[in-house]
Design a protein around this ligand. Structure first.
Ligand code: SF4
Length: 331
């Protein structure tokens, strides 16, 4: 089968001998961009509560969430598979090191948890936390996610990110000195951004020692600050055809080695105000592949010299581009 981009699912398959699922957790973290330490109110697109498996109820322990989450997955997916505990809600390195170590250990104590994914901000990664992550990487598969969203400081200011591109770049350098796996989040369609700005962000990311990227379209949760601007008609969102073109344009400019962890944001659900594209994830992925087929291109085709001759990647080509995840598998 022809593959047009370096999908995370393929990277996981080449890394683990089992089918591995990500198990979202809410460990009760906050975010310094919401509680006043960096800013109040958070990023204008943020409604992180919607990521929480505890939404609407009292916070359960990490141990309880892992056990309950695994039971639900197994009921729905019929498998005795393994899991990556995904510390997803808010900023998951924003606590004293001892507290972080205890929470991560709690997740790893389940025998079917074979890795940790930890999402955070660039300004929540002081050296002692990175030292902890470095030690953890020797015990388990570790996937660190650091949000960026845009490389343009004017956009970061506009959406109240509370950090600059330079702070992100500094965090990347300190993370990669420890050889941690690093993915970053980018949002397409942020207020004030045009195609050239988004392509510029992709070009900057392409030159950094980043392992993976999560792309999402700008979507508006009902509780996010941007919802008010959207309701007042002050915000225009990407259409699906525009998004498809942008995704292909960006993947063409990212190196083939870079793993694509995600290709769209939330599409439906009570919490999502807009956009409503009327398509499921699988349908959108098919449209993206059809667009690559129409163009006769694939990920990396416009990335520097190394991309020469990459048109129409076949399985073997894509496999060669998937870097090994170096952490040992937890047995
Ligand atoms: S998106 Fe992340 S960094 Fe921004 S306010 Fe929400 S939790 Fe904090």
């Amino acid at each position: 089968m022809r593959r047009y981009y370096n999908a995370y699912s393929h990277a996981l398959k080449s890394r683990f001998p089992w089918k591995v699922y990500k198990l979202p957790l809410d460990a009760g973290f906050n975010c310094p961009n919401r509680d006043g330490r960096v800013a109040f109110g958070g990023c204008t697109f943020c409604s992180n509560a919607s990521f929480s498996p505890n939404s609407g109820g009292p916070l359960k322990s990490v141990r309880e969430q892992v056990a309950e989450g695994i039971a639900v997955y197994r009921k729905r997916r019929f498998g005795g598979e393994k899991f990556i505990a995904y510390f997803q809600a808010f900023s998951n390195t924003d606590a004293p090191v001892d507290r972080l170590a205890a929470l991560y250990d709690e997740a790893l104590s389940h025998p079917d948890v074979v890795g940790l994914a930890i999402a955070t901000r660039p300004d929540c990664l002081p050296e002692p936390v990175l030292d902890l992550l470095s030690r953890l990487q020797k015990r388990t598969a570790l996937f660190l996610e650091v949000g960026l969203q845009s490389s343009h400081d004017e956009t970061l200011r506009r959406v109240n990110r509370g950090h600059t591109f330079a702070e992100f770049a500094d965090a990347v350098g300190r993370i990669k000195r420890r050889e941690l796996y690093l993915s970053t989040h980018l949002i397409l369609g942020l207020p004030g951004e045009d195609r050239s700005m988004m392509l510029e962000t992709a070009a900057r990311i392409a030159r950094m020692p980043i392992d993976a990227v999560k792309l999402t379209h700008l979507y508006i949760p009902r509780q996010a600050p941007l919802a008010q601007a959207f309701r007042r008609g002050e915000l225009s969102l990407l259409t699906l055809p525009d998004y498809i073109q942008l995704v292909c344009d960006i993947l063409e400019r990212l190196p083939e080695r870079l793993i694509i962890e995600r290709l769209m944001g939330e599409l439906d659900g009570e919490d999502i105000l807009a956009p409503r594209w009327g398509k499921h994830k699988g349908e959108i992925l098919e449209i993206i592949e059809a667009e690559f087929a129409r163009r006769g291109t694939c990920q990396g085709i416009l990335f520097g010299e190394s991309a020469q001759g990459a048109i129409g990647c076949d399985d073997a080509q894509v496999q060669r581009c998937i870097p090994p995840i170096t952490a040992p598998i937890k047995s």
